[in-house]
Write a protein that binds this ligand. Sequence first.
Ligand SMILES: NC(=O)c1ccc[n+]([C@@H]2O[C@H](COP(=O)([O-])OP(=O)(O)OC[C@H]3O[C@@H](n4cnc5c(N)ncnc54)[C@H](OP(=O)(O)O)[C@@H]3O)[C@@H](O)[C@H]2O)c1
Length: 243
Amino acid sequence: MAERVALVTGSTSGIGKACVERLVADGLRVVINSAKSVDAGRAMVAELGEERAHYVQGDIADAADAQRLVDESVARFGRLDVLVNNAGTTVRIPHDDFTTASPDVFRRLYDVNVVGTWQMSVAAVPHLRESGAGCIVNVTSLAGVRATGSSIPYAVSKGAMNHLTLLLANTLAPAVRVNAVAPGLVDTPWTADWGDLHEAIKVMAPMQRCAQPEDVAEVVATLLASTYVTGQIWVIDGGLSLR
Ligand SMILES: NC(=O)c1ccc[n+]([C@@H]2O[C@H](COP(=O)([O-])OP(=O)(O)OC[C@H]3O[C@@H](n4cnc5c(N)ncnc54)[C@H](OP(=O)(O)O)[C@@H]3O)[C@@H](O)[C@H]2O)c1
């Protein structure tokens, strides 16, 4: 994998950051991205080294930014082999609150989670086809598989991302493999103030702990190395779905 180049969206924090660190450790050159936290992105490049890491600011929900993210990645490293569609957003709304879960909330979450993932993939596909071993991994959620999650609009958007994974895998084979990882609760800044839920997961999940970002990065790295695997949604929930 030494020559390969990966672009990880939403990677200045949490799961995306762990993916960057894992892929650099595995020998890939990696493009880091965020919409807002520019200083954090530059600090990661300083730590990982400019030869292996590059930062590009951009909002995946913006069509021009999505194309520019891919263009700047290829301009910096000369190729693109891997796209990890990790950037996402949510709003915490109880599932029975039909007023707060408004059409506007649906549109906002869909713009980032679904349309953002779609336009990043479309921009990357020509380069991934050229790679000879192109690969997309979408970071979805257990909420896209089961009737759970921080809100119904979020869960529906992650379900859409899972189905997009199957459709793209079918459409892009054999040149590009497309898989998804679907984590349950992960200890990241995103869930830092969800204290009650962290405790509940420790009690309910057979593995008796929440996921760490590195648990997700490990599965992403495994999917990149698994050259006969495409169209799979890999749930990472410590066995929570068993109960
Ligand atoms: N944490 C969990 O329990 C959990 C569980 C299942 C799935 N997930 C999924 O995992 C992914 C990452 O979550 P996380 O917990 O690691 O979150 P996080 O720690 O809050 O990190 C999110 C990252 O995405 C960036 N970002 C947000 N919106 C963006 C946009 N529109 N364009 C580009 N970058 C953007 C953020 O930077 P800026 O804000 O500076 O732009 C940050 O780097 C999400 O897709 C989430 O749905 C998380």
